[in-house]
Design a protein around this ligand. Structure first.
Ligand SMILES: Nc1ncnc2c1ncn2[C@@H]1O[C@H](COP(=O)(O)OP(=O)(O)OP(=O)(O)O)[C@@H](O)[C@H]1O
Ligand SMILES: [Mg+2]
Length: 257
C-alpha cells in the first residue's frame, strides 16, 4: 500500500447558478489503492469527478495529480499525465466494433490518429497487439469483431474500461461502472476493477451505489452528502458510522455486510 497521494483535491467547490453541487471537498487518493466515493443521488459525486478530470474546472479549490497542480489543466493533458476515466453515461461508438473502439484509443495514444499517412506494417502490428492485450484483460476477445451495440450492457461497460486503459493511465476514474447492470454482470466488472489494482497495479477512484460492492472492493471510502464530505474511512469505519447510516445507507444494508 503506497503512502504518496497520487490525486489530491483541496477544498474543491463547483456551483451551477445557486446550486452548490460541490462545496469544499478535500480528498486524497493514495497511490496503489482502490478508493470509493459514495452518497445519495445528487450528492455531487459526478460533479466532483468532472472537476477532477478537467471536464470542467472547479470554481474554488485546487487539484493535484502526482504532486503537480492540474486545477486548470486541459482534459487531454491530464490524460497524457496518466489520468483515465469513464463516464456515468456510455461514451462508446455503438455502431463500431469492439476492436475499432479500443483501437481508436490506442491509436490516439500512439499519436497515429490524425496522420494523413496510414500506419506502417510494424506500427499496425504493435497496435493490434495492444488492442488484443486490452481486450484480453477485460475478457472481450471473443466479441472483438462485433459492433458494440450488439453486446450486453456489462460487456459495453467493459469495452469502455478497455478504452480508458488504452491511454495507459496510472489512475482510473470510474463513475458508476455498474449502474443498471444485472447481478451476474456486476461480478464481471468487479473482477476487472480488482484486476486493475491487483494485476496492473493501478490506482482506482470509483463512484458506486451498491454498498456490497463498495465495502468489498474499496480500501478507503469517502461519503458525500449535499455537496459536502459527510465521512471518510475504511469500509468497517464507514459501515459503523452513525451519520452515514442516518443520511444514506439504511441500517438493514449495513447489517447484511
Ligand atoms: N450541468 C449542471 N447544471 C446544473 N446543475 C447541475 C449540473 N450538474 C449537476 N447539477 C446539480 O448538482 C447537484 C449534484 O449533481 P451530481 O450529478 O454531481 O450528483 P451525483 O452525486 O453524481 O448524483 P447521481 O447519484 O444521481 O449520479 C445536483 O443538484 C444536480 O442537479
Ligand atoms: Mg452521478
Amino acid at each position: 500500500m503506497g503512502s504518496t497521494l497520487l490525486l489530491e483535491a483541496q477544498e474543491v467547490s463547483k456551483y451551477f447558478g445557486g446550486v452548490h453541487a460541490c462545496e469544499g471537498v478535500s480528498l486524497g487518493v493514495r497511490e496503489g489503492t482502490i478508493h470509493a466515493v459514495i452518497g445519495p443521488n445528487g450528492a455531487g459525486k459526478t460533479t466532483f469527478f468532472n472537476a477532477l478530470s478537467g471536464f470542467y474546472y472547479p470554481d474554488r479549490g485546487r487539484v493535484f495529480f502526482d504532486g503537480e497542480e492540474i486545477t486548470r489543466m486541459p482534459n487531454w493533458r491530464r490524460i497524457e499525465r496518466g489520468m483515465g476515466r469513464t463516464f456515468q453515461t456510455p461514451s462508446i461508438f455503438p455502431e463500431l466494433t469492439v476492436h475499432d473502439n479500443v483501437a481508436l484509443g490506442v491509436r490516439s495514444k500512439a499519436g497515429l490518429a490524425f496522420r494523413a499517412r496510414p500506419p506502417s506494417g510494424e506500427q499496425q502490428a504493435v497496435l493490434e497487439r495492444r488492442v488484443d492485450e486490452l481486450l484480453g484483460f477485460v475478457n472481450l476477445v471473443r466479441f472483438k469483431e462485433r459492433p458494440v451495440a450488439e453486446l450486453s450492457h456489462g460487456s459495453q461497460r467493459l469495452c469502455e474500461i478497455a478504452m480508458s486503459l488504452s491511454t495507459e493511465p496510472r489512475l482510473v476514474l470510474l463513475d458508476e461502472p455498474m449502474a443498471g447492470l444485472a447481478e451476474s454482470e456486476t461480478e464481471r466488472i468487479i473482477s476487472v476493477i480488482r484486476g486493475l489494482h491487483d494485476r496492473l497495479g493501478l490506482t482506482v477512484l470509483f463512484v458506486e451505489h451498491n454498498m456490497r460492492v463498495v465495502l468489498g472492493l474499496a480500501e478507503m471510502i469517502t461519503v458525500l452528502d449535499r455537496g459536502r464530505i459527510l465521512a471518510e474511512g475504511t469500509p468497517s469505519e464507514i459501515a459503523a458510522n452513525e451519520a452515514v447510516r442516518d443520511a444514506y445507507l439504511g441500517k438493514e444494508v449495513l447489517e447484511r455486510v
